[in-house]
Design a binder for this molecule. Sequence first.
Ligand SMILES: O=C(O)CCC(=O)C1=CC=C[C@@H](O)[C@@H]1C(=O)O
Ligand SMILES: [Mg+2]
Length: 307
Amino acid sequence: MKGYQFTYSVYRRPFRQPLTTSHGTWAIREGIIIQLTDANSRAELGEIAPIPWFGSESIDRAIEWCQQVGDNITKDKIHLIPDDLPACQFGFGSALTALELPPTSTLAPKFDLSGLLPTGAAAIAQLPVLVQRGYSTFKWKIGVLPIAQEEAIWRQLMMAVPIDAKLRLDANGGLTQTAAERWLEICSSEARIEFIEQPLAPEEIEIAIELAAKYHTPIALDESVATFDRIQAAYARGWRGIYVIKPGIAGFPWRLAKFVTQHQLDVVFSAVMETKVGTAAALRLASDLKVTRSLGFGVEDWFDDDM
Ligand SMILES: O=C(O)CCC(=O)C1=CC=C[C@@H](O)[C@@H]1C(=O)O
Ligand SMILES: [Mg+2]
């Protein structure tokens, strides 16, 4: 049976500034870098970067799973990683996929990445910095401050967003339906708003479908489609809008690719605040899937190290 030597190391990366969303404040990103080495001594890395509040396993659960693997793992055992460990499925699955690719296949395509702005009024000063860095798509969190305050900041922010740039507003499910409809209304005449991401709670798929039909501003679902079973459920319940897919917690890459291709989903890939290891695996998958919209991986500014 094809087996691989297995090693792993746990990391803890403090954010340069805590990431504040309607879920709360996230100060330290913990993850696991794994390495699989085949019989020809070829080694490939993978990354396990859980986001439990998006429906993935916890870092402790992922470490426990890695601890029980031992020094070797077979392809069969990797394929049997259970669905309640989607970040482990992605980390092991992407390392396995890399081992099966010809060694020379490096990531060629240049991607248009989107820059993640700080929450609140700090976004106004940071926007020109990211424009200078070459970003033309930006993301700003809403649903954190009272809507009147955020709307006032948004109007100031829009004065600095270049005419040909795009801004995504990400509510992380933190808006009431009234507040969501207010944002959809004020954005409907603003062509630079690419979409409003996860305006309502993850389980509110039918209301999202209703609002998508009622307003011009596109809606994208993120938390509602954060793991593979949620993607399948949202599709079964009729969601045909934008899927913000975080490959890092969406399970086996090959299974995700098959579903996205089979159902021709409208996909934007998004980061799980992973290191270069996980980002490379996610962008390889984006390239295979010909995901062309700007990808939410402009997050290197959020850490001091360059892991
Ligand atoms: O998608 C992006 O543009 C960057 C990543 C990003 O916004 C997020 C990553 C991880 C958790 C969340 O707080 C947040 C999101 O909601 O999409
Ligand atoms: Mg989001």
